[in-house]
Design a protein around this ligand. Sequence first.
Ligand code: FA5
Ligand code: MG
Length: 436
Amino acid sequence: MQNLRFSRFFAFSGRRWQSTNALKSEYLDILGERHATDDITNVTPAILSKIPLRLHSQPNHPLSTLRSLIESHFPDYAHLSSLSPLVTPFKNFDELSFPKDHPGRAVTDSYYINKGLMLRTHTSAHEVEVFAQGNTQWLLTADVYRRDEIDGSHYPVFHQMEGARIWSADASGMKEVEDDNERLSSHLTRSNIAIEDVPHLSPANPAQPMHDPRHSELIAKNLKLSLNSMLLHLFGGVAGATKENPLRVRWIETYFPFTSPSFEVEVFFGGKWLEILGCGVVRQATLDTANVPHKIGWAFGLGLERIAMVLYSIPDIRLFWSTDARFLSQFKQGEISKFKPYSKYPSCFKDVSFWTAQDISVHENDFCDLVRDVAGDLVEDVKKIDSFVHPKTNRTSLCYRINYRSMDRSLSNEEANVVQQEVVSRLKEQFRVEIR
Ligand code: FA5
Ligand code: MG
């Protein structure tokens, strides 16, 4: 998970922010079904409104083209894309060996409909069910939801594609992996792409205890070859990338509860490293739960927006949600084209400083969600610019700077003030803060 912030949310007996939110209703109707709410419900109307949109299936949309492009690179895989975003926390976390106290489970990090139902935070939530259906090589594209900070590359709703491949964990299976590795290596020519690698296994990124390390090594190698080949397919044509000035891609060791060894891949874009995917050798417990205990294999989860931003030169992740014809008309299904920015409208910065109430904490994600709910896509960026605890009174003061900017028109200062006033009044109402 992106956020490893522990929640102090439960430590307070005061009112929860939801209780004064617009969501007072006892039920939520989502995708044609009614669900009871409870004291942990924290989805906002802004989030619920995104659920039916399914950008990855909208013809001509860059995310839909990117999905097809990746699917065409894995033609023999099952291609899945219509699973409901509503999952149990058990599916999203427990089935994938997340510890009970993992911060991703907190209401500050994930969206809950109620205690038993949430919006999936990643496409890995479907691994067990897809393996259990007998799929041995598959791709699954879906919308995922996370309470996160707001900026140009983070949005609380985004799209992931999960991919996985498993083999029989025996000599014949391993022979298939070896043959495939040879085939993939012979196809990989790195002309305008430079890949920094890490070892397949290391003391900090080990094979699982029940795996023969040689098998684990072969699987990790197949994973890297398969993804490098896909990245070359996707990025090989990126304008500007040449042999002398190649597109830079790097592999990094990381940790996921549901893979070992585990890796992340980053692409150098716009002057910085942008993380595009996580992956690894599937935890055996996942395959055991899926009733395929004699298999071994890999899985990856990639962020479609992140890759599309690179391929189409789309500078701000909010643009994917734009319904402006000047955005949408630029794209045709099946074609990668450079986004031509229409004039960027001016920013309008508004600060709010406040003392928090003694018994209600204001988590940064609470603040971001509140702003997003009031301002929708008029908010480009939220930054915490100051935070301190008064040495005598022990009160906490926070200051946030909100950058309001419309993607399709010029926002007047008066309009921004109206939105800001609403943010302030919701803040006072929900968190009982004292404006400074
Ligand atoms: C995961 O979600 C894992 N489920 C990936 C995985 C699958 C690992 C299978 C191993 C095996 P992570 O939280 O890093 O990992 O997210 C994966 C990718 O989603 C990121 O690399 C990034 O490209 C994208 N992503 C994450 N958060 C956001 C966000 N807020 N906005 C846009 N894209 C995001
Ligand atoms: Mg990550």
